[in-house]
Design a protein around this ligand. Structure first.
Ligand code: AMP
Length: 292
């Protein structure tokens, strides 16, 4: 039975009670509109911890575009049914005021991001987005306390940021989980609900572009500009507006494309289709392309 709590304060007490009774806690932060990608994180947490909790909160601070926030899908009832089915022990939500009771009237997301690994790409194309993520994740970590926290590799720059926050927090172990995909290869995303059938089909080009870069990498291609060009050629279709299709060294993140690559590379794409912003990425040469 999933316990549902509607303030972070209640959730915090629940988590503390679990730890007091000696139980290990797994935690999955989400913005709801749950799909198999989210559920893969929940199932992994259930298998690795005594109890699992999930937060559902559409964080206004991380939306750089008000239209995107308004049209973000919300489906609390079916989310709770899915969490029940996945054997999640507790789910909680709250509103901006209950998450930030001490500063709700002055809240902004202008806190600067110091580490270089949080700069470039998402930081450039969605000004304020990562700062908004940082503000809420700090608060979510403070709410839940000591736990293993599960995040999807799909939001690659977010994983860099949360690992840094967890290091500073000291009591959170971040577990990064691979991306769950549709049969077409399209990364599952709550935003996919806003795509027409034709747009959904077109959106699988993001996956195809990553496959193209992956194939070239496996054949020895190490020139970042050539890898970018291969992805851009795949994405060069009417209806796809590319923001970036690029590569970074995940162990040595640089704001701009590196001039050369060592033994690891992350291909990353952001593009608009039908007015919906989609992101995807892949560790080249890994086995991250399997579909859900
Ligand atoms: P969101 O609700 O979009 O904020 O996502 C909540 C968590 O689920 C984040 O850690 C995401 O990276 C993760 N996630 C979203 N989509 C997927 C996916 N297709 N596969 C794996 N994890 C995902």
């Amino acid at each position: 039975m999933t316990t549902f709590l509607d303030t972070p304060q209640q959730a915090s007490r629940w988590c503390q009670r679990q730890r007091d009774s000696g139980k290990s806690l797994g935690y999955v932060p989400t913005m709801g509109a749950l799909h198999e990608g989210h559920l893969s994180l929940v199932r992994r947490s259930v298998s690795e911890n005594d109890v699992t909790c999930v937060s559902i909160f559409v964080n206004p601070l991380q939306f750089d575009n008000p239209g995107d926030l308004d049209s973000y899908p919300r489906s609390m009832e079916s989310d709770l049914a899915m969490l029940q089915e996945a054997e999640c022990d507790m789910a909680y939500t709250g509103d901006l005021e209950t998450f930030f009771p001490d500063q709700s009237s002055t809240l902004d997301n202008s806190a600067s991001l110091e580490p270089v690994n949080q700069r470039g790409l998402e930081a450039d194309y969605r000004p304020g987005h990562l700062e908004g993520v940082k503000a809420i994740v700090e608060r979510l970590f403070a709410t839940v306390g000591q736990c293993r926290a599960y995040f999807g590799e799909k939001d690659f720059q977010q994983t860099l940021l949360v690992k840094d926050l967890a290091n500073r927090h000291g009591e959170i172990d971040v577990v990064v989980c691979s991306t769950v995909r549709e049969a077409s290869g399209l990364a599952m995303s709550s935003r996919n609900r806003r795509l027409s059938t034709a747009a959904l089909e077109l959106a699988s080009c993001l996956y195809q572009a990553l496959v193209e870069a992956d194939n070239a990498w496996r054949q020895g291609q190490r020139n970042p500009l050539r890898l970018e060009q291969l992805m851009q050629e795949k994405l060069d279709r009417p209806g796809i507006e590319i923001e970036y299709a690029t590569v970074r060294d995940p162990r040595n993140w640089t704001v701009d494309t590196p001039t050369q690559l060592g033994d690891s590379a992350q291909a990353l794409i952001a593009a608009y289709i039908d007015g919906v912003r989609l992101i995807d990425n892949l560790a080249l040469g890994s086995n991250g392309l399997s579909k859900g």
